[in-house]
Design a protein around this ligand. Structure first.
Ligand SMILES: Cc1cc2nc3c(=O)[nH]c(=O)nc-3n(C[C@H](O)[C@H](O)[C@H](O)COP(=O)(O)OP(=O)(O)OC[C@H]3O[C@@H](n4cnc5c(N)ncnc54)[C@H](O)[C@@H]3O)c2cc1C
Length: 643
């Protein structure tokens, strides 16, 4: 069989992005024309299952991740600080401002969705956003949660409903973190990229939350098909597996995709088989997991004999949009986990649905209301820059000026790095300093309005090989979101992941690239004119599961007894939905709430965390066989061929 093999590993990509100003909504008539204020950009903001173990306006403000917001204090930026730097820690410290002022662009102020266009303080519940928190609550136990993404909201909702005195502090005026959104002055919805929700088995806790919230209507679409494209055309499509007869996993995926169009020859697809064998191996022991974590996914594919074509046309692009980095810069363990839980553990795992509108409006705003009704406070535009610690006990007594019996940090890697740098009490602790070893990734999100309707074959599309170092997706919002269903023109959302090399481009250049890529897939776009567009840059905003990063990721309980961590990047949370995942982030919030409750002893029911569907019997059997063989091989001195 003639097939080219993967060459030896290239030098790992350094994905720390240059510190470039992010320009906010721009490019269209709707955005970048007017006004006084504003913005440039952004940057700061893994899941894991161990199966085996159990400022004032007109001031130019610099966020600590290299974001410059001209004319708007970071706390007023509509972007999440996890995406926007969380960093204003630096802005308050003399001598730490850095000259990153490039290319700040004037945009119109945007309206915060959380308050239907009102100002940030409407975000505040309870005491109206004042700077001190009244003691009290059902048990008078005060919990400050820093960060208002899925993780922070998961913790805040549960703890407030259990009677704890909860204050959630979020740097941005909008709730939702990387899943946040807002509206421009003319009412156009803007979001930090399109977010999918995977099959119920993986996103069970999120689906349960959506039921609990008793929303006026179900906020998600049905599961959709997706197209996978390269510049030569369609590579393949992903069907909705849950609509097809259910077969044992791996068999089901193979049988149901076999009749579909595949540009990738079968012989190339079959080269993935040895790689599948490692799925049974990487969880066979803690030590084994760490060995896989230190290896890049590229190296693992190479050792398993995956063909170059299969790698370049399928695996690489899939990982660029799944974990936002190329395989040479991804931990093999993180890749194995992600592929297993999102595609391979059960036939239906790859099924995905999409929000029918802005997640901030459909899901986070109702959560804000729930927390307020339960007596909690959700305060936007509150950038936390430091902690007070009791010198005798070493415990935290307040975050910013908010008194706390316990603190949950749910802020993302870059945000946490800024806090560690700015807070001596954290900087003293090795587990917090270790966080400085972690890296985060760059993303660009766009939304483009066309003058006419162009039907697309798939509502969701994955693009490979259109950019040499970035992955890309585009979504037809007329098909997915209620607001655009009757829009006269087509509206697409298109995102670039691992977008380091694209960040310096102008908005117009980025929009032109998107249009060109989309028209390559769907030629109908060639005749369509762009009538409005928005480009958002999120530098160093997303967790990077780089090779060897596992050892540096924090556990939820920390060396400071009343401080806990949550977010998609913390480790030691036994839940299957791994990788960059809203479900994962939400689950870590629930689990942090449980740790707080057991620490403070204030009573209440621990949050129930639903695990993913268990391994199917043949996978469980394969895993236990591999474990046995590994032990046997170890006893006679044989080495694992993949490690
Ligand atoms: C373009 C894109 C596409 C994605 N696609 C998907 C998808 O399809 N499906 C999926 O499940 N997931 C997806 N994800 C990943 C998902 O969005 C994240 O995993 C999840 O939102 C992380 O939530 P979090 O609460 O851990 O962190 P974040 O959302 O980053 O929230 C952290 C919050 O902390 C705040 N903060 C930081 N520092 C401070 C401070 N000092 N003081 C106060 N507040 C602070 C930030 O402003 C931010 O709001 C995607 C992400 C992006 C960017």
């Amino acid at each position: 069989m003639l097939r080219s093999k993967l060459p030896s590993p290239p030098v790992a990509i350094e994905s720390q992005s240059p510190t470039l100003a992010l320009r906010l909504p721009c490019g269209g008539a709707d955005t970048l024309s007017a006004a006084s204020a504003t913005a440039a950009a952004a940057a700061a903001a893994a899941p894991f299952r161990r199966c085996i173990l159990r400022g004032p306006r007109n001031a130019t403000t610099t966020c600590n991740t290299g974001v410059v917001v001209a004319g708007v204090a970071p706390s007023q930026s509509p972007l999440p600080a996890s995406a926007c730097g969380a960093a204003a820690a630096d802005t308050t410290r003399p001598g730490t401002r850095r000259p990153w002022s490039r290319r700040a662009v004037t945009v119109r102020p945007v309206a915060a969705v959380a308050y239907n266009g009102d100002t940030a303080d409407k975000y505040a519940g309870g005491n109206g956003g004042g700077s001190s928190v009244p003691s009290g609550g059902a048990e008078g136990r005060r919990v400050v949660i820093v960060g208002g993404g899925w993780a922070g909201f998961g913790a805040a909702k549960h703890l407030s409903e259990q009677g704890y005195d909860v204050t959630l502090l979020e740097a941005s005026p909008n709730p939702g973190g990387l899943s946040s959104g807002w509206r421009t002055a003319s009412g156009r919805a803007v979001e930090a990229g399109m977010k999918g929700f995977w099959y119920q088995a993986s996103y069970r806790n999120t689906f349960k939350l959506l039921e609990e919230l008793q929303l006026p209507s179900w906020p998600l679409t049905d599961f959709t098909t997706s197209g996978f494209w390269n510049p030569r055309g369609l590579v393949t499509e992903a069907p909705v597996f849950s609509k097809l007869p259910r077969l044992p996993t791996l068999v089901g995926q193979f049988v149901h995709t076999f009749p579909l169009y595949w540009a990738l020859p079968l012989e190339d697809r079959l080269t993935m088989l040895p790689f599948l064998a490692t799925l049974a191996d990487y969880v066979s022991s803690e030590e084994r997991y760490e060995q896989y974590d230190k290896m890049s996914a590229y190296e693992l594919f190479r050792r398993c004999g995956v063909s170059s074509r299969c790698y370049n046309e399928f695996l690489r692009p899939t990982l660029l949009v799944g974990l936002f980095a190329p395989p040479e810069d991804l931990s093999a363990a993180a890749v194995l986990e992600t592929l297993y839980f999102y595609a391979l553990a059960h036939q239906n795992d790859f099924d995905v649905c999409w929000p029918r509108g802005s997640i901030a409006e459909l899901i986070f705003q109702p959560m804000v209301e729930r927390i307020r009704t339960a007596g909690g406070r959700v305060l936007g535009s509150r950038l936390v820059t430091g902690l007070s610690v009791d010198p005798l006990t070493g415990e935290v007594t307040s975050a910013a000026s908010y008194p706390a019996d316990a603190v949950v940090f749910a802020v993302g890697i870059s945000g946490m790095q800024k806090l560690v740098s700015a807070t001596p009490a954290l900087a003293k602790q090795p587990d917090f300093r270790n966080i400085m070893e972690l890296r985060s990734l760059d993303v660009i999100a766009t939304r483009i309005w066309f003058d006419r309707r162009v039907p697309t074959r798939y509502p969701a599309n994955v693009l490979s090989g259109f950019e040499s170092t970035a992955g890309a997706t585009f979504f037809n919002l007329n098909d997915l979101q209620d607001e655009y269903r009757d829009e006269p023109g087509t509206v697409i959302s298109a995102d670039f992941y691992h977008a380091n090399s694209l960040l310096p481009l102008s908005d117009q250049e980025i929009v032109e690239r998107v249009v060109s890529h989309v028209a390559t897939c769907e030629p109908g776009f060639k005749g369509a004119k762009v009538v409005d567009s928005i480009v958002l840059r999120f530098a160093r905003a997303v967790t990077h599961f780089s090779p060897g990063s596992y050892q540096h990721r924090p556990f939820q309980a920390t060396s400071i007894p009343n401080v806990f961590m949550a977010g998609d990047w913390v480790k030691g949370v036994p839940h299957g939905a791994n990788g960059l995942s809203q479900e994962r982030a939400y689950v870590t919030g629930l689990s942090a709430a449980n740790l707080v409750m057991s620490r403070l002893g204030g009573g209440g029911q621990p949050a129930q965390i639903l695990d993913v569907e268990p391994d199917e019997p043949h996978i469980a059997a394969a895993r236990s066989t591999v474990r046995g063989l590994r032990e046997l091989a170890g006893a006679v001195g044989l080495r694992n061929p993949f490690l």
